[in-house]
Design a protein around this ligand. Structure first.
Ligand code: CO
Length: 140
């Protein structure tokens, strides 16, 4: 079950200048930075109430975010829904005919298990499901 919007992923060319924008122009505070080798990105997180912003800078030209930036430029990259059961969430989407990018969840940023739905199946929105690794039924 989807319980809330966990975060919005925002693709940026340069994490440092983007963090400076959110801190100086919007007055938000960067809570956490992390490199995610599985996605070839460096990330920075900001809390906005119970929703987070996840800034994403690619660490290689092969990164999915590098490809996104090349095609679309900077901007909103994905929406992430917190799910109480990420495996069931993927099964439900697949049963509804949605194309999965990941059949099984993997370790993403912030000690979460994550998996993505393909934007061609989701009306143009790259969609992530996430659940804390400790709380997930599929943490193997
Ligand atoms: Co994300």
């Amino acid at each position: 079950m989807i319980t809330r919007i966990d975060h919005l992923g925002l693709a940026v060319h340069n994490l440092d200048t983007a963090v400076a924008y959110y801190e100086k122009a919007l007055g938000l505070k960067c809570e956490h930075r992390e490199e995610v080798p599985s996605q070839q990105v460096r990330t920075a997180f900001f809390a906005v109430g119970e929703v987070h912003l996840e800034l994403l800078e690619p660490t290689s030209d092969d990164s999915p975010v590098a490809k996104f930036l090349l095609k679309n430029g900077e901007g909103i990259h994905h929406i992430a829904f917190a799910s109480s059961a990420i495996g069931e969430q993927l099964t439900q989407a697949a049963d509804a005919g949605v194309r999965l990018i990941h059949e099984t969840p993997f370790a993403g940023a912030g000690d979460n298990l994550v998996a993505f739905l393909h934007p061609k199946s989701t009306h143009g929105v790259l969609t992530e499901f996430c659940a804390p690794i400790s709380a997930s039924e599929s943490a193997n």
